[in-house]
Design a protein around this ligand. Structure first.
Ligand code: 1CP
Length: 344
C-alpha cells in the first residue's frame, strides 16, 4: 500500500481523499492534556523525544489520519538562533522582542543545528514506528510568520512593529529574512534526512500584506526555501500555507515551486478547484469553528468540500488548526465521512 498523501502530492489517483488536520495533536485530546501536564515548559516538552513521539501518535490511534505531523512548534527556530522564547500557561508564546539591528546581530546560526538535535531524534523515532500507509510530515514556520513573533514578542497582535520595520527599513528587515531563509532551509533539509516525507511551511500571517510586500516577504522567501530544500532532496513534496492570502494564493502557487497549497476557510472551494488545482494539490479547508460546532452544519461543509475538490489533486484538512475546546467526537465524525467517501 502506498501512502495516499504522497500519491495526492504527485497528482496521482487515490482510492479516497487523504486527510490530516492542522494541530491534530493538542489540547482538545484528554490524553494530550495528561502528558502535557508532566512538563512545565512547552519547549522542553517539544525537546523531549519520547514525549514528542507519544503526542504525535495520539491522534493517529483515534482517527488513523493519513499522516502524522511532527510534534514541535514554529518557534523552535528563534529559540535555536539564541532568542529567548517562553510559553506561559494560557498566554501563548512570549519572546524577548527584537527591535533593531543590534538584536539581529545577536542571532547565531553557529549552534543552530545542534540545538535542534532533540527534534531530529523525535523524527527518527516517529519514522521508525509509522506503518506503511502513514506519511510523516515535517514543518517549519515561513520567515514572515516566524519574524512576526520575533519582532512583536507575542501572538494576538496586528503586527504593527513588523509591518513598520518591513515598510520603512526594508534593507535591515531583509537581513532578518535572509537569516530565516538560511536557518529554515537547513532545518528542513535535516528533517528530511532524518525521515520526514512531506514538508509544510506555515505562513500563518501572510494575509497581513499588500501585493508588493506579499511578493517580497511571502512569495520570495518561500520560493528560496523550496529551491534550497529541493536542491538537496529533489523528490520531497512541499506544502505551502500562506493563510488568508486571498487572490494572492494563485501567485503563490505559480511562483514558489510548492507541490501543495493549504487554503484557509475563506477561500471558495470552486475557485480553488478552478484556479489552484491545475497547478498544485489543494489542501483544506474546513472552517475550524464548524469542526467545533459539529452537527449538520459541519457535515454539510465537509460534504461540499469533498464534492468540489476530490475530482482533482486534493488533501482534506482544516482551514486553520483544531481549536482546543473541540469535541474529539466531531473529529471522529469527519474522519468517518472521509473514510466512507465514495463519489459513485
Ligand atoms: O499549551 C500547549 O499545550 C501548547 C499549545 C501548542 C501546541 C499544541 C503550541 C503553542 N504549539 C503547539 C504545537 C504545534 N504548533 C504544532 C504541532 C503539531 C500539530 O499540528 O498537531 C504545529 C504544526 C504548530 C505550528 C504553529 N505554532 C503555528 C503555525 C500554525 C498556526 O496555528 O497558525 C503558529 C503560529 C505557532 C505559534 C504558537 N505556538 C503555540 C501557540 C499557542 C501559538 C500561537 C500563538 C498566537 O499567535 O496566538
Amino acid at each position: 500500500m502506498t501512502k495516499r498523501i504522497l500519491q495526492a502530492l504527485k497528482r496521482e489517483a487515490v482510492d479516497r481523499p487523504p486527510f490530516w488536520l492542522m494541530r491534530q495533536a493538542g489540547r482538545y485530546l484528554p490524553e494530550y492534556r495528561e502528558i502535557r501536564a508532566t512538563a512545565e515548559n512547552f519547549l522542553d516538552f517539544c525537546y523531549t523525544p519520547e514525549k514528542a513521539l507519544e503526542v504525535t501518535l495520539q491522534p493517529l490511534r483515534r482517527y488513523q489520519m493519513d499522516a502524522a505531523i511532527l510534534f514541535s512548534d514554529i518557534l523552535v527556530i528563534p529559540d535555536a538562533l539564541g532568542q529567548s522564547v517562553a510559553f506561559r500557561q494560557g498566554e501563548g508564546p512570549v519572546l524577548e522582542a527584537i527591535t533593531d539591528d543590534v538584536g539581529l546581530d545577536r542571532l547565531s546560526l553557529e549552534t543552530f543545528e545542534a540545538a535542534l538535535e532533540p527534534v531530529f531524534e523525535a523524527i527518527r523515532r516517529i519514522s521508525a514506528v509509522l506503518d506503511d500507509e502513514t506519511a510523516l510530515i515535517g514543518f517549519a514556520g515561513a520567515p514572515w510568520t516566524v519574524a512576526l513573533y520575533m519582532i512583536e514578542g507575542r501572538g494576538g497582535t496586528e503586527g504593527t512593529n513588523i509591518r513598520t520595520w518591513a515598510a520603512t527599513r526594508a534593507e535591515s528587515f531583509q537581513r532578518l529574512m535572509d537569516i530565516l531563509v538560511e536557518a529554515t532551509t537547513r532545518y528542513l533539509v535535516r528533517q528530511v534526512s532524518e525521515g520526514a516525507e512531506v514538508l509544510q511551511l506555515f505562513d500563518s500571517w501572510a494575509g497581513l500584506l499588500p501585493e508588493d510586500q506579499f511578493q517580497r516577504w511571502i512569495i520570495e522567501p518561500n520560493r528560496r526555501i523550496v529551491e534550497g530544500v529541493k536542491a538537496i532532496h529533489p523528490d520531497v513534496p512541499i506544502i505551502g500555507f500562506p493563510r488568508n492570502a486571498g487572490v494572492m494564493y494563485r501567485a503563490f502557487a505559480d511562483q514558489t515551486g510548492v507541490d501543495g497549497i493549504g487554503i484557509d476557510h475563506t477561500v471558495p472551494v470552486s475557485w480553488a478547484a478552478k484556479e489552484l488545482q491545475p497547478i498544485c494539490t489543494v489542501q483544506g479547508n474546513l472552517d475550524n469553528h464548524l469542526l467545533l460546532a459539529g452537527g449538520e452544519a459541519m457535515e454539510r461543509a465537509v460534504q461540499n468540500i469533498l464534492e468540489v475538490l476530490s475530482d482533482g489533486p486534493f488533501i482534506f484538512n482544516l482551514g486553520h488548526g483544531v481549536l482546543p475546546p473541540t469535541s474529539p467526537d466531531h473529529v471522529g465524525r469527519v474522519a468517518e465521512m472521509i473514510r466512507n467517501w465514495n463519489q459513485s
